[in-house]
Design a protein around this ligand. Structure first.
Ligand code: HEC
Ligand code: HEC
Ligand code: HEC
Ligand code: HEC
Ligand code: HEC
Ligand code: HEC
Length: 428
């Protein structure tokens, strides 16, 4: 008797273990796909696409339902080839948007599958998050939070299923044991024998609470859940995504970079040629605001916000003359890496050709700028892992390739060939 019972118990254990394990593995694998897809999407697609709003191209939420996978793979690799080949859907899309989508011949099939998985996971979730300024802030937060909450939901589902499996299998064991005992004409040790089976729920709960294995399992799961929540929180210490301080002047990027289409470069020229993007001095504002006083809205008076620029420069709009008591405008810094991390804008903007928006989000729609990316090391490293280097017309990479060719031919490579004679390598 005991033998049969313990045999069933071990089968139950094995089954429960396999269920938990396989569910765990599949949710983990899916999370990985979505995560890789998110990084690729942000690096390659966000300049032209949002999930739930039209940008340069259409909103991509639900695109998996609009086209089949094969079509999407072909389209993303080279949309114009499909347009030229006369594919009906492709031609219709192109005629609607009249803008050429960048071809991505270097994306592998797996990459595209991951991007589509990300679009599906995220697009199904938040139909309203991507709209406009403040909405954009939540959208960015959702994107960053997406993977961990996805895994959390997966974990809870796994726990619930495992619990169910255990309860069901426990019942199966009992029934089988009963059948065996009956066959042997032995007394059945079960209160459910006399009369109504399964009505005494309180009694059953008490019995469940006495089941040590079950209690241990529950405690383990709750403990695991709390630990993973705490772990997640700990990782977010010092991460300031969505940080949006109030600035001394209500300067709107949406108005300047969005509506008036002033290039980022006009005010942040440093981003293209140096480490720091730099914040423009008030003199740059005066290129326009000597004349633009925002007067229409203020009945001929100078806008109080623009008056702050005049005050900072000690400029008198009546006499059109500068005084000699200027004070700097104390903008509140939003993005701030710790001192031990080195980040260079020109390397990313000029050399790698990364768009400002890839890292800073849709600044041109922000009334007040907020921190869009987490600026964690993981964030830097994830992008470095998926972004291909643009080595064309780049003397540094030409040198590397030349050195590589020499090594292949068995020739010598000197430190000088790798740039060891450049003044900057030894002198600050
Ligand atoms: C330079 C801008 C640009 C970039 C970058 C871009 N797209 Fe597009 N995309 C478009 C435009 C514009 C269209 C509309 C069709 C057209 O005009 O060719 C489009 C259409 C699409 C469609 C069809 C949508 C529909 O509703 O049927 C998909 C899918 C798509 N893009 C995916 C991507 C993915 C994935 C990436 C990143 C790997 C990406 N796009 C990057 C501009 C872009
Ligand atoms: C007319 C001048 C002007 C233009 C054009 C402009 N900016 Fe700015 N930018 C500023 C000023 C002033 C600040 C500081 C005040 C603030 O944070 O709003 C700033 C702040 C920022 C910050 C936050 C800096 C920090 O403190 O960490 C980012 C990021 C930024 N700009 C990106 C952009 C991008 C991207 C564009 C182009 C789409 C752009 N800016 C266009 C003037 C400009
Ligand atoms: C290339 C021209 C240009 C530059 C440079 C520029 N602005 Fe403006 N700014 C404008 C225009 C155009 C408006 C819209 C005026 C209107 O709506 O009447 C405006 C509006 C504003 C307003 C809103 C005024 C109000 O109350 O309606 C503020 C505040 C402002 N700018 C601050 C700044 C600051 C600070 C800088 C420097 C960092 C700056 N601007 C640089 C062109 C410029
Ligand atoms: C690869 C990601 C990346 C790209 C692309 C990028 N930035 Fe930044 N930006 C950062 C990081 C990281 C910081 C914080 C730097 C620090 O604290 O040292 C930052 C800081 C800034 C600041 C605050 C002042 C400063 O110089 O530190 C401004 C303004 C800014 N960026 C504007 C821009 C503009 C404009 C562009 C496009 C021309 C751009 N950024 C492109 C990552 C990026
Ligand atoms: C959007 C993608 C992206 C993000 C985010 C990003 N980088 Fe980069 N980074 C690149 C690319 C692409 C290159 C290669 C540029 C080149 O060809 O030299 C690069 C190059 C670099 C280099 C030079 C490496 C070398 O071999 O000389 C440093 C240093 C660097 N990044 C630091 C950072 C730091 C620090 C962060 C985070 C704060 C960061 N990057 C975030 C894309 C990114
Ligand atoms: C491989 C490393 C290296 C490279 C490359 C290099 N230097 Fe130097 N340089 C040094 C060292 C080390 C010294 C200090 C020698 C001393 O004090 O005797 C020095 C000294 C100097 C001095 C003298 C400074 C003084 O105060 O006496 C000048 C000027 C100078 N370098 C300019 C250059 C220029 C210009 C280049 C680029 C063409 C260059 N260096 C490339 C290593 C280098």
């Amino acid at each position: 008797m005991r033998n049969i019972s313990s045999f069933f118990r071990s089968v139950v254990k094995a089954l429960a273990f396999i269920t938990v394990f396989s569910l765990g593995v599949t949710t983990f694998a899916q999370a990985q796909d979505v995560k890789a897809g998110e990084a690729l999407f942000k690096a390659n697609c966000t300049t032209c696409h949002k999930l739930n709003a039209r940008l340069v191209g259409p909103a991509l939420a639900g695109v998996n339902d609009r086209h089949d996978a094969e079509w999407l793979h072909k389209w993303i690799k080279n949309s114009q080839a499909m347009v030229q080949a006369g594919d009906e859907k492709a031609v219709a899309l192109f005629n609607e948007y009249k803008s050429v989508m960048t071809p991505f011949p270097t994306l592998k099939d797996d990459d595209i599958t991951n991007i589509l998985a990300y679009i599906k996971a995220e697009g199904d979730k938040k139909p309203d998050a991507a709209a406009g300024g403040a909405g954009g802030a939540t959208g960015a937060a959702a994107a960053n939070d997406n993977v961990s909450s996805f895994m959390l939901v997966g974990l809870i589902v796994v726990i619930a299923l495992a619990f169910l499996v255990i309860v069901v299998l426990n019942r199966v064991i009992r029934t089988l044991e009963k059948v065996i005992l009956k066959n042997k004409d032995l007394k059945v040790d079960d209160e459910e024998e006399d009369g109504k089976p399964g009505k005494d729920y309180a009694g059953r709960l008490k019995k469940l609470a006495k089941n040590k294995k079950l209690v241990f399992f529950a405690v383990l799961m709750v403990g695991g859940l709390l630990t993973s929540l705490g772990w997640k929180d700990l990782w977010n210490v010092g991460v300031h995504t969505n940080y949006q301080p109030v600035q001394p002047i209500k300067f709107s990027h949406q108005l300047h970079a969005g509506v008036n289409q002033i290039e980022c470069q006009y005010c942040h020229s440093g981003a293209f040629k140096s480490k720091n993007a730099s914040i423009p001095s008030a003199n740059i504002c005066m290129n326009c605001h000597k004349g633009v006083t925002g007067s229409e809205q203020y009945g001929g008076e100078t806008s109080p916000e623009i008056a702050k620029i005049y005050r900072a420069l000690d400029w008198d709009p009546k006499t059109q003359a500068y005084g000699n008591n200027p004070k700097p405008i104390e903008w509140v810094r939003i993005h701030n890496l710790p001192d031990f991390a080195y980040f260079n804008h020109s390397q990313h903007v000029s050399v790698a050709g990364v768009k400002c928006q890839t890292c800073h989000g849709p600044v041109e729609t922000m009334e007040t700028v907020y921190q869009y990316s987490p600026l964690t090391m993981k964030w830097c490293v994830n992008c470095h892992q998926v972004t291909e280097v643009n080595h064309k017309d780049n003397a540094y990479y030409d040198q590397l390739i030349a050195a590589h060719d020499k090594l292949k031919k068995g020739e010598k490579v000197t430190a000088a060939m790798l740039g060891g004679l450049e003044c900057g390598k030894c002198h600050y």
